[in-house]
Design a protein around this ligand. Sequence first.
Ligand code: GRF
Length: 197
Amino acid sequence: MKNIVILISGSGSNMAAIIRAAQRENWAQTRQARVAAVISNKADAQGLVFAREHGIATEVLDHKAFATREAFDSALAALIDGFDSPAQPVLVVLAGFMRILTPGFVQRYAGRLTNIHPSLLPAFGGLNTHQRALDAGCQFAGATVHLVTPELDHGPILAQAVVPVVPGDTAEVLAARVLTQEHLIYPRAVAQLLQKM
Ligand code: GRF
């Protein structure tokens, strides 16, 4: 059995989409995988409620309790490694996890650490992607699932989805349109990666 550990900071709608897909598609049987835990750096992250309601173990690790980024990341890795063994390898899924990870953390889970970013990478890495796409006059926007490498919002692309930009779009309206596609491509990309593990 492979252990999926999902890291969140907020609403967790991508996390919920993955949990739903795992249940609907019976990943325990079809992919020998389960969502083992959800970890948040914020105690009030809405996604924690959904995870608990779906019987998934949750942990909160408050980054403010750590003096350095390295100290937080090594505590986070220690939590994740509780779900990692040769027989039960872990896949770490970032889903709206609003922390920059240290190179050491990224290297520890190389090839089994994924992220979703709400733009068509390599365009518009970083924050405020939707407003920046609108300001640039883009006619299309979208989302990217990628393997995480030490450089922020880079790394091999696993999946992308494209949506049109519609006249009159605000960043919020465009974000909502992109998010519906995120919920389709992230579970699919995770399922495909599980096949290769
Ligand atoms: C998504 O747009 C994701 O691409 C970005 O942060 C947002 C998280 O939303 N990284 P949610 O917490 O999954 O609802």
